[in-house]
Design a protein around this ligand. Structure first.
Ligand code: FES
Length: 161
């Protein structure tokens, strides 16, 4: 192998900002690949730097390594993502990120009602009861205002029929 085309794991780590252990982990997941020298040392193509930058950036916006792997697997012949690839893939992630942000905002709002409470009640706590069975009874803290979980079950049943 023409050695000038290749980087050691230390060189990739230094240039990418990902520790060698992280690079080995990426490699174990199939996100990057290396060749081995006769002495069994890893050598990475220079394009690995761009691939690692892709992984880090996608990870920074909240994608899991599984999702990043799925995205990379859509590229022909496992090529390193081009600028066009990045544009297409990042556009496809936008709805996913929007949904996650909305879910986190709902959790934050739900957490507000728990701060200073600590009951962790299945009947009262919206974080313990994410389906919000009391929602069918109307707005507000329904159980604290006297409605019962049975009322909620009846209301939910009547709203779906
Ligand atoms: S801990 Fe009491 S409402 Fe969540």
């Amino acid at each position: 192998m023409p050695i000038e085309r290749y980087l050691t794991i230390g060189e990739v780590a230094q240039r990418s900002g990902v520790a060698p252990s992280g690079l080995r982990y990426y490699e174990s997941l199939g996100l990057i690949s290396s060749e081995r020298t006769p002495g069994n040392q890893r050598r990475y193509e220079r394009t690995t730097l761009r691939r690692v930058a892709f992984i880090r950036t996608a990870s920074r916006v909240g994608l899991t390594l599984d999702e990043i792997g799925e995205a990379l697997a859509t590229l022909p012949e496992a090529r390193t993502p081009t600028a066009e690839d990045w544009t297409r893939l990042s556009r496809s992630w936008r709805p996913l990120l929007d949904a996650r942000i909305a879910a986190i905002e709902r959790l934050r709002d739900d957490l507000d009602s728990c701060i200073g409470c600590g009951c962790l009640s299945l009947e009262r706590c919206v974080l313990q009861n994410p389906a919000d069975r009391a929602a069918a009874l109307g707005p507000g803290a329904r159980y604290l205002e006297g409605d019962s979980p049975l009322d909620a079950a009846r209301a939910a049943g009547s709203s779906t029929s």
